[in-house]
Design a protein around this ligand. Structure first.
Ligand SMILES: Nc1nc2c(c(=O)[nH]1)N[C@H]1C(S)=C(S)[C@@H](COP(=O)(O)O)O[C@H]1N2
Ligand SMILES: [Mo]
Length: 329
């Protein structure tokens, strides 16, 4: 179980490592590699490991709902697969891609329990297979103010939820990430933060925009992005997107999510992208887009304004009508 136990250094490094520091380090590694004419640098190995891989290609994708602005260019795969938050593998942005190699997502079982008529244990294939896989291009916005445009492959969560027949008393869905200390190094050193937990109100979970993703860029997810199945909620900050889901529970109690437990002053349950509600330590009014020229461009680019509900207000705004979004942050 989660206990309130704040390790200052973890929170700080997760939240404030600027993208520019990460990029400088990467550029340095690449430049050093060139100068030294050497293949010994870890940065090179890491780079080769994140190239698109034909053997992971997913067949039969149908194009699903995507809603992009004129200046929303896709974030290159390389950045999506190497600039991550995944505490189970470390607190640095490069840790997940470096350390996820030992993580073997398949075979995989998801436990479904709580307030539903058809609870049970279900294999990953059976969870996903009956449903058509869609490609959906979503803008994603992290609480730390960087953003990406990601072509996900997934299934509307509503389609999956309906099969388990939630009871009338179910008001929330709670998600848990797998606990596999043998494969996830930070779960060995630190047990209090795990399993990583997230939650949605049932109507948010049933919203047509909410998906369970099994891939991106047309191939199945890499460990660092939450293989084999993770949540994607494009109008909320990135931390809602719980990875490597091992348990889905229907409940009548608002779930306590991991970041809220670690730091309730800074992170709430709703986490709706809102340029009008700042994070206690920085503005949320604008963001740095990680796009085609990679981070190098993002580093020098003008920050762009963040949109209410990350630009999905027409699709999701109704659900929050009348709510005080300063209080329910
Ligand atoms: N299990 C788990 N899921 C997680 C996290 C985590 O640390 N553990 N980090 C979250 C945060 S803070 C973000 S921004 C997104 C990042 O997803 P990405 O690395 O695929 O872009 O994953 C979210 N899901
Ligand atoms: Mo995040």
């Amino acid at each position: 179980m989660l206990v309130r136990h704040k390790r200052r250094s973890d929170v700080a490094s997760h939240e404030i490592t600027p993208h520019s520091v990460y990029l400088n380090r990467r550029k340095f590694i690449q430049a050093s590699g060139l100068l030294a004419g050497s293949l010994l640098f870890a940065g090179r190995g890491a780079k080769a490991a994140v190239a698109l891989d034909d053997s992971k290609k997913i067949a039969n994708l149908t194009p699903g709902y995507s809603k992009l602005g004129a200046d929303d260019a896709l974030t290159p795969f390389e950045h999506i697969a190497t600039y991550n938050n995944f505490l189970e593998f470390g607190t640095g942005k490069g840790d997940a891609s470096k350390n996820a190699g030992a993580f073997k997502p398949l075979p995989w079982t998801v436990k479904v329990d709580g307030l539903c008529a058809k609870p049970g244990e279900i294999g990953f294939e059976d969870l996903i297979k009956p449903h058509a896989l869609e490609e959906r291009i979503y803008r994603m916005r992290c609480v730390e103010a960087w953003s990406m445009v990601i072509p996900w492959v997934g299934v509307p969560l509503a389609d999956i939820i309906k099969r388990f027949e939630p009871l009338g008393s179910a008001k929330y869905v709670r998600f848990e990430t797998v606990v596999r200390p043998a494969e996830m190094p930070r779960q060995r050193r630190n047990t209090s933060d795990f399993p990583y937990v997230e939650g949605l109100r049932l109507d948010e979970a049933m919203n047509p925009l909410t998906i369970l993703a099994v891939g991106l860029y047309g191939q199945s997810l890499l460990g660092q992005n939450g293989a084999p199945v993770r949540l994607v909620v494009p109008w909320k900050y990135g931390f809602k997107g719980v990875k490597s889901i091992a348990r889905i529970s229907f409940t009548d109690i608002e779930p306590k999510n991991t970041w809220q437990v670690m730091n309730p002053r800074e992170f709430g349950f709703y986490a709706n992208v809102n340029p009008g509600v700042d994070h206690p330590r920085w503005t949320q009014a604008n963001e740095r887009r990680i796009d085609a020229n990679g981070g190098l461009k993002a580093m020098f680019a003008k920050r762009r304004p963040t949109q209410m509900f990350n630009g999905y207000a027409e699709d999701v705004g109704q659900m929050y009508a009348g709510m005080d979004l300063q209080k329910n942050f």
